[in-house]
Design a protein around this ligand. Structure first.
Ligand code: DX5
Ligand code: ZN
Length: 221
């Protein structure tokens, strides 16, 4: 199976959201990556529950909800999570991580834990049985349009090897941040499975979203 595409909808042109969604449906993307920020865990605010509900009415594409918020366990119910979605919480943002992951599991969504560039892989050691996906942040979270943290390419490879060594090769790797075509190709070689496509690959001013998505797919097959 080739790499899967999860467009970062915070990077979309909100003046033409319906058109964007239709182009992404036509391009057969696998998820819609929805970044939620609280101005505390990261110094920014983006989308919220009302946005999620309105986009839900437009499309059946599953959501890939990336919670860059402190105490995500307190807020899960407001995001109308559905079976088939992915929900990522940051390892750094919840004291009782295993319980928070169980709460996500109880919604029927795929369970994902996100690691900031500086957070070591060994922090996953005791929750491998609780997750389906590891979201490797390849930039420091909070903003679109940032530059890749170079060390994260090696981190993807290290994680892939680690998961194989400990008998958890079924756990998938998602990458998020400056996932350009060129970076995506390197990330794929390093072991990534799901690619958050944003401003450096498919959301480019005055360029065709469908065409860019089809081109991006060639780099992750
Ligand atoms: C950053 C978000 C990313 C971001 C990706 O905190 O998690 O999803 O929107 O944007 P690009 O691809 O432009 O880095
Ligand atoms: Zn994200």
């Amino acid at each position: 199976m080739g790499g899967r595409i999860s467009p970062s909808i915070m990077c979309a042109d909100f003046r033409n959201l319906e058109t964007t969604i239709r182009a992404l449906e036509r391009a057969r993307v696998d998820y819609l990556h929805v970044d939620i920020m609280d101005g505390s865990f990261v110094p920014n605010f983006t989308l919220g529950p009302d946005f999620i509900n309105s986009v839900r009415e437009m499309t059946d594409i599953p959501f890939d909800i990336h919670l860059m918020i402190n105490r995500p366990e307190d807020f899960l119910p407001i995001f109308a999570i559905r079976p088939g979605d992915i929900v990522s919480v940051h390892q750094e943002a919840t004291i009782h991580l295993q319980r928070t992951l169980q709460q996500i599991r109880d919604t029927g969504a795929k369970v994902s834990v996100a690691l900031n560039p500086s957070t070591p892989i060994y922090t996953l050691d005791d929750i491998l049985d609780d997750i389906d996906i590891v979201l490797i942040m390849t930039v420091n979270p909070g903003f679109a349009g940032q530059k890749l943290v170079p060390a994260t390419l090696g981190k993807i490879h290290k994680l892939k090897q680690y998961l194989e060594q400990v008998g958890h090769s079924h756990i998938e790797i998602e990458v998020d941040g400056n996932v350009s075509c060129e970076n995506a190709q390197k990330m794929r070689l390093a072991g990534a499975d799901i690619f958050v496509a944003g401003t450096s690959s498919i959301f480019k001013k005055d360029q065709d979203l469908y065409e860019l998505t089809e081109k991006f797919r060639e780099y992750i097959t």
